[in-house]
Design a binder for this molecule. Structure first.
Ligand code: SF4
Length: 323
């Protein structure tokens, strides 16, 4: 079965059960995203609701998905209503929660509930984790090729890490392509950029942001949430892995990771991206307060290219960094 999901969750369970995990965000943003949004609005989704939710709704209805796992705690409150509209369209939905207080027992119980739903043994899930961790180690190498060796662009880093949420539905094929990419990137000359940026927040709905930055000699060497999707900590225990994953918990968990990586990667500045109509915009108050390098906040709404106003803001920010 093809099992869609709304954000990263213990994907090991679905793979161990012999199903194909599909990150619906990835189908949305790499497909005809504007059409997906329009279709949801045609079905009544309001204009002032985040495009990702509308995109996932249309993807769930049009991509041959058999059931959807909705992360109803730790991601987005809109997911509750998304799930209701999918139930109404006869799509099976399964809920998963990351407990806000990081309660270990509760998270273990959520994973167990998922295992019971998919009728899969815990030992089998752990075997899959070992298999996926082998690929995750290679993603750490890819990340190092970005920030240590300067041989991978921010866009390439973003694409590989964001796709590790579901390994494009086929971990074996993902690994073969990743091996090839790492070999090829290792042979490249280093990128000689003027500034090393971090990208904070949910992956951008804007298609040309990384290319635009590179035109101005800026490489993104830290993709915060995309890296979180790749589960970079390689915890031995599956519950620890999903407790260490910062995205579903508080901004303070994210801030610790961000501050560590600003230092580790010697970043000059960060872009804090947020999506229009997203509650995570509020987190920017604390990001600006607790990060002590320059921060540019930008916002994306509809899928597509950078608008003139955002380009101008980026150019002004770069001028400010230069002088
Ligand atoms: S960007 Fe924000 S509002 Fe949109 S789906 Fe993600 S968490 Fe929800």
């Amino acid at each position: 079965m093809k099992i869609g999901f709304t954000t990263s969750f213990p994907v090991e369970v679905v793979i161990a059960a012999g199903h194909t995990p599909i990150d619906m965000n990835n189908i949305f943003v790499t497909g005809n995203a504007a059409d997906f949004v329009e279709q949801a609005e045609f079905d009544g989704y309001p204009r002032n609701i985040c495009s990702w939710i509308k995109g996932m709704y249309s993807v769930a209805l049009s991509s041959g998905i058999d059931a959807v796992i909705g992360v109803v705690e730790g991601d987005c409150s809109n997911t509750h209503s998304l799930m209701s509209t999918l139930v109404d369209k006869n799509i099976e939905v399964i809920s998963f929660s990351f407990p806000h207080n990081k309660d270990r027992k509760k998270l273990a119980a959520e994973i167990e509930k998922l295992e019971q739903y998919f009728k899969v043994e815990h030992s089998k899930v752990l075997e899959v984790k070992v298999r996926l961790d082998k690929i995750r180690k290679k993603l750490i190498r890819l990340d190092e090729l970005t920030f240590k060796d300067n041989k991978v662009t921010g866009l390439e880093n973003h694409l590989w890490l964001v796709n590790s949420s579901d390994f494009n539905g086929n971990p074996d094929d993902f690994e073969i392509r990743l091996d090839k990419f790492i070999l090829e990137a290792g042979e490249r000359k280093s990128i000689n950029s003027d500034f090393r940026f971090g990208f904070l927040g949910v992956p951008p709905i804007i298609t040309d942001l990384y290319d635009f930055l590179l035109e101005y000699n800026v490489n993104v060497v830290f993709n915060e949430i995309q890296r979180q999707f790749s589960m970079p900590y390689l915890e031995n225990d599956i519950v620890d892995q999903y407790l260490h994953y910062t995205y579903p918990y508080t901004i303070f968990d994210r801030l610790k990771d961000i501050r560590d990586e600003i230092e580790n990667r010697k970043l000059d500045a960060v872009i804090s991206y947020s999506q229009s109509f997203c509650h995570r915009q509020i987190d920017n108050i604390l990001i600006k307060k607790y990060i002590d390098i320059p921060v540019l906040t930008i916002e994306g709404d509809q899928p597509g290219e950078l608008d003139a106003r955002t380009k101008l803001r980026i150019e002004s920010f770069l001028d400010m960094l230069k002088y």
